[in-house]
Design a protein around this ligand. Structure first.
Ligand code: 13P
Length: 255
């Protein structure tokens, strides 16, 4: 019964969608719809959209996030973007270790950890993604996997830095598939994440941690998912590309 201790955070993850001008238009449409939110509202957008998004969100309650960050401060890393570049551009959050990055771009638990440390050291809030595949779930490894991914991602993160960490439980089989985890599965997965954090940082720190659910969360199922004890918010893909749908999820989290 510690939900009141935690910040509810609804974050959109636009993935590779929206040009800068489309980003501006979507944020302008969202602003009035989410202005009375009783939760934190974040939009994580493609790197190239960041200046337009930060400008469009100015003076509103919408915070802008990135979808990745490199772990080195600078240097010969063609195509990469550093944490300092993001903070100077007005970014406050960053998604790290999304399953699409793990699957398509060779992201490992070790690079997820390095990126998390780089983000936190630069003062960004890290939204760290963990989640099992369907095969791992069917083999009975969900708890083991979620705890391992969580602990690996947080290696060398201090208790103080943990206050700037959000963990998003995103079952891989529920992402972009229209198959949502049941509210019970989401609650259980988020609970495994929280238990892993408790094992390392203690129960108080774990109770204060915001754990989101992500995977086909939408206007229709958000309220049931967010009512669960361990579900403190959502990381929203497809439904964050439509102002009304995203606003309905924000409204559900504000109840
Ligand atoms: P969908 O909401 O499109 O399933 O995506 C979830 C997700 O991957 C958010 O990061």
């Amino acid at each position: 019964m510690n939900k009141a201790k935690r910040a509810a955070v609804i974050a959109g993850n636009w993935k590779m969608n929206k040009t800068p001008s489309e980003a501006k238009a979507l944020i302008e449409e969202m602003k009035p719809l989410v202005k009375d939110a009783g939760c934190d509202v974040v939009l994580c957008v493609p790197f190239i959209d960041i200046p337009a998004a930060v400008e469009a969100a100015k003076g509103s309650n919408i915070k802008i996030g990135a979808e990745n960050v490199h772990f080195k401060a600078s240097g010969a890393y063609t195509g990469e973007v550093s944490a300092d570049m993001l903070t100077e551009a007005g970014v406050e959050y960053v998604v790290i270790g999304h399953s699409e990055r793990r699957t398509y771009f060779g992201e490992t638990d070790q690079t997820v950890n390095l990126r998390t440390l780089a983000a936190l050291n630069a003062g960004l809030k890290a939204i760290v993604c963990v989640g099992e595949t369907l095969e791992q779930r069917e083999l009975g490894y969900t708890e083991t996997l979620l705890k391992f991914q969580t602990k690996m991602a947080l290696t060398n993160v201090t208790a103080e830095q943990l206050k700037n960490v959000i963990i998003a439980y995103e079952p891989v089989w529920a992402i972009g598939t229209g198959v949502t985890a049941t509210a019970e599965q989401a609650d259980e997965g988020n609970g495994f994440v929280r238990a892993a954090v408790a094992e390392v940082y203690g129960e108080d720190a774990a109770q204060a941690l915001t754990v989101q659910y992500g995977g086909s969360m939408n206007a229709g199922n958000a309220e049931e998912l967010l009512a669960k004890e361990n579900v403190d918010g959502g990381l929203i893909g497809g439904a964050s590309l439509k102002a009304k749908d995203f606003a309905a999820i924000v409204a559900a989290a504000s109840k």
